[in-house]
Design a protein around this ligand. Sequence first.
Ligand SMILES: Nc1ncnc2c1ncn2[C@@H]1O[C@H](COP(=O)(O)OP(=O)(O)OP(=O)(O)O)[C@@H](O)[C@H]1O
Length: 244
Amino acid sequence: MARLRLHDLQLARGGQTLLEHLDGSFRDGAITALIGANGAGKSTLIAAIMGMLHPVAGRVECTVPRERCAWLPQQLALDLSFPMSVEELIMTGTWPSHGALKGYCGPHYRRGREIMARLGISHLAHRQLGELSGGQRQRALLGRTLMQEAELLLLDEPFANVDSETVEVLTEVLRDMARAGTTILVVLHDLEQLAHLADDVLMLSGGHGRWVSPEALLDHSTGQAPKAPRLPIDFPEASHAGTA
Ligand SMILES: Nc1ncnc2c1ncn2[C@@H]1O[C@H](COP(=O)(O)OP(=O)(O)OP(=O)(O)O)[C@@H](O)[C@H]1O
Protein backbone atom coordinates (compact mmCIF):
# COMPACT_ATOMS: atom_id res chain seq x y z
CA MET A 1 0.00 0.00 0.00
CA ALA A 2 1.29 3.48 -0.90
CA ARG A 3 2.82 5.55 1.91
CA LEU A 4 0.90 8.69 0.95
CA ARG A 5 -2.82 8.62 0.21
CA LEU A 6 -5.65 11.14 0.02
CA HIS A 7 -9.13 10.19 1.17
CA ASP A 8 -12.02 12.39 -0.02
CA LEU A 9 -9.97 15.41 1.01
CA GLN A 10 -11.56 18.84 1.25
CA LEU A 11 -9.40 21.92 1.85
CA ALA A 12 -10.32 25.55 2.43
CA ARG A 13 -8.49 28.86 2.65
CA GLY A 14 -9.93 31.98 4.26
CA GLY A 15 -13.21 30.13 4.94
CA GLN A 16 -13.70 29.20 1.27
CA THR A 17 -13.50 25.66 -0.06
CA LEU A 18 -10.64 25.43 -2.51
CA LEU A 19 -10.38 21.71 -3.25
CA GLU A 20 -12.79 18.86 -2.66
CA HIS A 21 -13.19 15.12 -3.24
CA LEU A 22 -9.46 14.61 -3.66
CA ASP A 23 -8.66 10.92 -3.65
CA GLY A 24 -5.75 8.81 -4.71
CA SER A 25 -2.37 7.29 -3.90
CA PHE A 26 1.06 8.68 -4.65
CA ARG A 27 3.15 5.73 -5.80
CA ASP A 28 6.20 4.94 -3.67
CA GLY A 29 9.42 5.55 -5.57
CA ALA A 30 7.64 7.61 -8.23
CA ILE A 31 7.75 11.30 -9.06
CA THR A 32 4.30 12.86 -9.20
CA ALA A 33 3.95 16.28 -10.80
CA LEU A 34 1.33 18.52 -9.23
CA ILE A 35 0.09 20.96 -11.85
CA GLY A 36 -2.62 23.58 -12.19
CA ALA A 37 -3.15 27.26 -12.86
CA ASN A 38 -2.07 29.95 -10.41
CA GLY A 39 -4.32 29.78 -7.37
CA ALA A 40 -5.56 26.25 -8.16
CA GLY A 41 -4.45 25.08 -4.72
CA LYS A 42 -1.12 23.33 -5.28
CA SER A 43 0.65 24.93 -2.32
CA THR A 44 -2.47 24.43 -0.24
CA LEU A 45 -2.45 20.69 -0.94
CA ILE A 46 1.25 20.51 -0.05
CA ALA A 47 0.54 22.34 3.23
CA ALA A 48 -2.16 19.77 4.03
CA ILE A 49 0.15 16.86 3.24
CA MET A 50 2.80 18.39 5.50
CA GLY A 51 0.22 18.62 8.29
CA MET A 52 0.34 22.43 8.33
CA LEU A 53 -3.26 22.85 7.17
CA HIS A 54 -6.13 20.99 8.74
CA PRO A 55 -8.64 19.50 6.24
CA VAL A 56 -12.27 20.61 6.32
CA ALA A 57 -13.20 16.99 5.57
CA GLY A 58 -11.48 13.77 4.57
CA ARG A 59 -7.88 13.04 5.45
CA VAL A 60 -4.29 12.66 4.36
CA GLU A 61 -2.90 9.24 5.24
CA CYS A 62 0.88 9.28 5.46
CA THR A 63 2.87 6.43 6.95
CA VAL A 64 6.25 8.11 6.51
CA PRO A 65 7.70 9.12 9.89
CA ARG A 66 7.84 12.87 10.44
CA GLU A 67 11.65 12.96 10.48
CA ARG A 68 11.76 11.42 6.98
CA CYS A 69 9.38 13.98 5.43
CA ALA A 70 11.13 16.86 3.68
CA TRP A 71 9.72 19.99 2.14
CA LEU A 72 11.44 22.36 -0.25
CA PRO A 73 9.32 25.53 -0.41
CA GLN A 74 9.39 28.08 -3.22
CA GLN A 75 12.72 29.95 -3.10
CA LEU A 76 10.94 33.29 -2.82
CA ALA A 77 9.26 32.10 0.38
CA LEU A 78 12.62 31.47 2.05
CA ASP A 79 14.59 33.94 4.10
CA LEU A 80 18.17 32.83 3.60
CA SER A 81 19.76 36.00 4.94
CA PHE A 82 20.73 34.44 8.28
CA PRO A 83 24.43 33.62 8.68
CA MET A 84 24.90 29.99 7.68
CA SER A 85 27.26 28.29 5.26
CA VAL A 86 26.31 25.72 2.62
CA GLU A 87 27.91 22.93 4.66
CA GLU A 88 26.10 24.04 7.82
CA LEU A 89 22.76 24.05 5.97
CA ILE A 90 23.32 20.56 4.61
CA MET A 91 24.31 19.24 8.03
CA THR A 92 21.00 20.50 9.49
CA GLY A 93 19.42 17.66 7.49
CA THR A 94 20.47 15.40 10.37
CA TRP A 95 18.43 17.39 12.90
CA PRO A 96 14.99 15.75 12.42
CA SER A 97 16.34 12.29 13.28
CA HIS A 98 19.51 13.07 15.26
CA GLY A 99 18.51 16.22 17.13
CA ALA A 100 19.78 19.79 16.78
CA LEU A 101 21.97 19.90 19.87
CA LYS A 102 24.01 16.73 19.64
CA GLY A 103 26.58 17.95 17.16
CA TYR A 104 27.82 15.89 14.24
CA CYS A 105 30.11 12.88 14.00
CA GLY A 106 32.65 11.79 11.36
CA PRO A 107 30.17 9.80 9.23
CA HIS A 108 27.84 12.82 9.13
CA TYR A 109 30.63 15.05 7.79
CA ARG A 110 31.69 12.39 5.28
CA ARG A 111 28.13 12.05 4.02
CA GLY A 112 27.80 15.83 3.82
CA ARG A 113 30.92 16.01 1.65
CA GLU A 114 29.64 13.21 -0.62
CA ILE A 115 26.34 15.04 -1.07
CA MET A 116 28.04 18.34 -1.91
CA ALA A 117 30.21 16.52 -4.48
CA ARG A 118 27.13 14.86 -5.99
CA LEU A 119 25.47 18.26 -6.36
CA GLY A 120 28.60 19.98 -7.67
CA ILE A 121 28.84 22.44 -4.76
CA SER A 122 31.93 21.20 -2.86
CA HIS A 123 33.73 24.44 -3.70
CA LEU A 124 30.90 26.39 -2.03
CA ALA A 125 31.01 24.50 1.29
CA HIS A 126 32.03 27.54 3.34
CA ARG A 127 30.12 30.15 1.33
CA GLN A 128 27.27 31.95 3.13
CA LEU A 129 23.75 31.19 1.84
CA GLY A 130 23.09 34.88 1.21
CA GLU A 131 25.99 34.93 -1.26
CA LEU A 132 24.70 32.14 -3.52
CA SER A 133 22.98 32.29 -6.88
CA GLY A 134 19.45 30.88 -7.18
CA GLY A 135 20.75 27.64 -8.70
CA GLN A 136 23.49 27.18 -6.10
CA ARG A 137 20.98 27.79 -3.31
CA GLN A 138 18.58 25.22 -4.74
CA ARG A 139 21.36 22.61 -4.94
CA ALA A 140 22.23 23.28 -1.29
CA LEU A 141 18.59 22.99 -0.23
CA LEU A 142 18.20 19.68 -2.06
CA GLY A 143 21.42 18.56 -0.38
CA ARG A 144 19.78 19.11 2.97
CA THR A 145 16.94 16.73 2.04
CA LEU A 146 19.50 14.12 0.89
CA MET A 147 21.20 14.44 4.28
CA GLN A 148 17.81 13.92 5.90
CA GLU A 149 17.38 10.66 3.96
CA ALA A 150 13.88 11.75 3.07
CA GLU A 151 11.32 9.05 2.22
CA LEU A 152 8.76 11.67 1.24
CA LEU A 153 9.95 14.78 -0.55
CA LEU A 154 7.68 17.68 -1.51
CA LEU A 155 9.05 20.40 -3.77
CA ASP A 156 7.29 23.63 -4.73
CA GLU A 157 8.55 24.87 -8.11
CA PRO A 158 12.16 23.76 -7.56
CA PHE A 159 13.31 24.90 -11.01
CA ALA A 160 12.13 28.51 -10.76
CA ASN A 161 15.04 30.96 -11.12
CA VAL A 162 17.70 28.30 -11.64
CA ASP A 163 20.08 27.84 -14.56
CA SER A 164 19.69 24.97 -17.05
CA GLU A 165 22.74 23.07 -15.74
CA THR A 166 21.23 23.11 -12.25
CA VAL A 167 17.91 21.87 -13.68
CA GLU A 168 19.82 18.90 -15.15
CA VAL A 169 21.65 18.12 -11.92
CA LEU A 170 18.50 18.41 -9.80
CA THR A 171 16.54 16.26 -12.27
CA GLU A 172 19.18 13.51 -12.09
CA VAL A 173 19.34 13.62 -8.30
CA LEU A 174 15.55 13.51 -7.99
CA ARG A 175 15.40 10.53 -10.36
CA ASP A 176 18.07 8.76 -8.27
CA MET A 177 16.12 9.47 -5.08
CA ALA A 178 12.95 8.04 -6.64
CA ARG A 179 14.85 4.94 -7.80
CA ALA A 180 16.02 4.51 -4.21
CA GLY A 181 12.36 4.50 -3.12
CA THR A 182 11.62 8.10 -2.13
CA THR A 183 8.08 9.26 -2.87
CA ILE A 184 8.39 12.63 -4.59
CA LEU A 185 5.71 15.23 -5.22
CA VAL A 186 6.77 18.26 -7.22
CA VAL A 187 4.83 21.38 -8.18
CA LEU A 188 5.67 22.21 -11.79
CA HIS A 189 4.61 24.93 -14.22
CA ASP A 190 6.59 23.78 -17.21
CA LEU A 191 5.52 20.87 -19.40
CA GLU A 192 9.05 20.34 -20.70
CA GLN A 193 10.31 19.73 -17.18
CA LEU A 194 7.30 17.52 -16.57
CA ALA A 195 8.21 15.45 -19.63
CA HIS A 196 11.69 14.81 -18.22
CA LEU A 197 10.70 14.18 -14.65
CA ALA A 198 7.18 12.98 -13.95
CA ASP A 199 5.98 9.39 -13.69
CA ASP A 200 2.47 10.47 -12.68
CA VAL A 201 0.54 13.73 -12.79
CA LEU A 202 -2.12 15.13 -10.46
CA MET A 203 -3.85 18.05 -12.14
CA LEU A 204 -5.80 20.53 -10.00
CA SER A 205 -8.52 22.42 -11.79
CA GLY A 206 -11.89 23.87 -10.83
CA GLY A 207 -11.58 22.70 -7.24
CA HIS A 208 -10.98 19.08 -8.20
CA GLY A 209 -8.02 16.83 -8.87
CA ARG A 210 -7.52 14.49 -11.79
CA TRP A 211 -4.84 11.88 -12.22
CA VAL A 212 -3.48 11.90 -15.75
CA SER A 213 -0.57 10.21 -17.44
CA PRO A 214 2.35 12.45 -18.46
CA GLU A 215 1.86 11.20 -22.02
CA ALA A 216 -1.65 12.67 -22.04
CA LEU A 217 -0.10 16.13 -21.66
CA LEU A 218 2.56 15.74 -24.33
CA ASP A 219 2.38 16.16 -28.04
CA HIS A 220 1.40 12.68 -29.26
CA SER A 221 3.17 13.07 -32.58
CA THR A 222 6.59 13.83 -31.07
CA GLY A 223 6.39 12.63 -27.46
CA GLN A 224 7.72 16.09 -26.55
CA ALA A 225 6.19 18.96 -24.66
CA PRO A 226 4.32 21.24 -27.05
CA LYS A 227 5.97 24.51 -28.03
CA ALA A 228 5.47 27.38 -25.58
CA PRO A 229 4.43 24.94 -22.89
CA ARG A 230 3.94 27.34 -19.97
CA LEU A 231 0.93 26.49 -17.89
CA PRO A 232 -1.82 27.54 -17.56
CA ILE A 233 -1.87 28.99 -21.10
CA ASP A 234 -1.65 25.55 -22.67
CA PHE A 235 -3.55 23.89 -19.89
CA PRO A 236 -5.02 20.88 -21.66
CA GLU A 237 -8.28 19.14 -20.91
CA ALA A 238 -7.38 15.49 -20.33
CA SER A 239 -10.27 13.71 -21.97
CA HIS A 240 -9.56 10.23 -20.61
CA ALA A 241 -8.54 11.33 -17.12
CA GLY A 242 -10.40 9.96 -14.14
CA THR A 243 -11.54 12.31 -11.38
CA ALA A 244 -9.37 11.94 -8.30
N1 LIG B 1 -3.32 31.88 4.11
C1 LIG B 1 -4.27 32.10 3.20
N2 LIG B 1 -5.43 32.71 3.54
C2 LIG B 1 -6.39 32.94 2.62
N3 LIG B 1 -6.30 32.57 1.34
C3 LIG B 1 -5.18 31.97 0.95
C4 LIG B 1 -4.09 31.68 1.85
N4 LIG B 1 -3.12 31.06 1.17
C5 LIG B 1 -3.56 30.95 -0.10
N5 LIG B 1 -4.79 31.49 -0.22
C6 LIG B 1 -5.59 31.53 -1.45
O1 LIG B 1 -5.88 30.18 -1.81
C7 LIG B 1 -5.85 30.04 -3.23
C8 LIG B 1 -4.88 28.90 -3.58
O2 LIG B 1 -3.55 29.30 -3.25
P1 LIG B 1 -2.32 28.33 -3.49
O3 LIG B 1 -1.12 29.10 -3.03
O4 LIG B 1 -2.58 27.01 -2.88
O5 LIG B 1 -2.35 28.20 -5.07
P2 LIG B 1 -1.23 27.62 -6.05
O6 LIG B 1 -1.90 26.67 -6.97
O7 LIG B 1 -0.08 27.10 -5.26
O8 LIG B 1 -0.82 28.95 -6.83
P3 LIG B 1 0.58 29.42 -7.52
O9 LIG B 1 0.74 28.61 -8.76
O10 LIG B 1 0.31 30.86 -7.81
O11 LIG B 1 1.69 29.23 -6.51
C9 LIG B 1 -5.45 31.38 -3.80
O12 LIG B 1 -6.63 32.03 -4.23
C10 LIG B 1 -4.84 32.10 -2.63
O13 LIG B 1 -5.03 33.50 -2.72
